[in-house]
Design a protein. Structure first.
Length: 333
């Protein structure tokens, strides 16, 4: 009688891949030599040539991708950010799962100078859209997954331009998510107005990118509404242009430093973790200018703040007009 062989031991199950981080990387700080973030005098090389910033952008992109970041944010007005990102995508094998977002509506005018009187010029007209879309596609081809109108306010013609909306709907029909970013003390009004825009009975804007942080949370309820309505919500300036980073914390922001000490992290991780605690925040952008900053920012993904700490941090909010007035006074460094 032949013995029945024991059943083969099944191979160990392959664990599913980890989901992408909810933290993305924005390239505003490294696509051009000047920007309004605090600390740029020490964050960037002394010589800010295009070659030097390209090298820094590549280092950040490599580090971010290796740590699980899959969303990368650029704009036409971020100097050479689209160019750097396009070159990195071509040079990085296996980056097909990287999602690219970019924006149109501002033109970079500083000509690689930090002392320019005007660094960017805003235009939300249809002619400008056509020109900048062509420029974006010349660099990034079909890699753009999200294309947004840059820095929309309630007065922007982009909210009421029927012809522009028709062209944007055509872009959406090609599979690109059409969205908008917002700025100013009336961000909530802008977001809610955008949610009402339709073309052919269908919502036009599939994403919204807004400034939201511990100091400026006024758009939060509107972003929650956008998320509940199926729109992708991206948070920018979670660090308040560096005001929530340890070297620049004002005395009244000591609760951020205190929680960082208690949790063994850094103030930037606390600030980003507080935004990640909002279930409507699909992607929170890091605007890191160095790999060390990026590493610290990404620790926020593992930091869970309890209700008591979140309530303490909520007390740091400033009136939106005051926040935006202070932001408008930040110098381009």
């Amino acid at each position: 009688m032949t013995a029945t062989p024991p059943p083969a031991t099944p191979p160990p199950a392959t664990p599913p891949p980890a989901p992408p981080l909810r933290i993305g990387l924005g390239l505003a700080a490294v696509g051009r030599p000047g920007y309004i973030n605090l600390g740029r005098d020490t964050d960037l090389p002394a010589v800010r040539s295009p070659e030097a910033l390209r090298e820094r952008a590549f280092a950040l992109l490599d580090a971010a991708y290796d740590r699980g970041v899959r969303y990368f944010d650029a704009a036409r007005s971020y100097g050479r950010a689209e160019e750097f990102l396009a070159d990195w995508l071509k040079a990085r094998p296996g980056s097909a799962d990287a999602v690219v977002g970019s924006k149109w509506g501002y033109t970079y005018t500083a000509d690689w100078r930090t002392d320019a009187d005007v660094h960017e010029v805003k235009d939300h007209g249809i002619t400008e859209y056509r020109r900048q879309l062509a420029e974006t596609r010349a660099l990034l081809g079909g890699r753009v997954g999200i294309y947004q109108i840059h820095s929309v306010t309630p007065q922007s013609p982009a909210l009421g331009g029927t012809a522009l909306h028709e062209e944007l709907a055509g872009l959406a029909a090609e599979g690109v998510t059409v969205g908008l970013s917002t700025s100013g003390p009336r961000q909530a009004d802008t977001v809610r107005a955008a949610l009402e825009v339709t073309v052919g009975g269908r919502p036009l804007f599939g994403s919204v990118q807004s400034t939201y942080n511990l100091l400026e949370p006024s758009v939060g309820e509107a972003l929650a509404e956008a998320h509940a309505d199926g729109r992708t919500v991206i948070v920018k300036e979670a660090m308040a242009n560096g005001r929530l980073a340890a070297p620049h914390l004002a005395p009244e922001l000591e609760p951020v430093a205190e929680i960082a000490r208690e949790t063994g992290t850094t103030s930037d991780a606390v600030a980003i973790a507080a935004v990640l605690a909002r279930p409507w925040a699909d992607i929170v952008l890091s605007g890191a200018a160095t790999v060390d900053q990026l590493t610290a920012n990404l620790r926020a993904a593992d930091l869970r703040l309890d209700a008591g700490r979140l309530e303490l941090l909520a007390g740091l909010a400033e009136p939106a007009p005051d926040y935006w007035a202070r932001r408008s006074r930040l110098a381009w460094h």
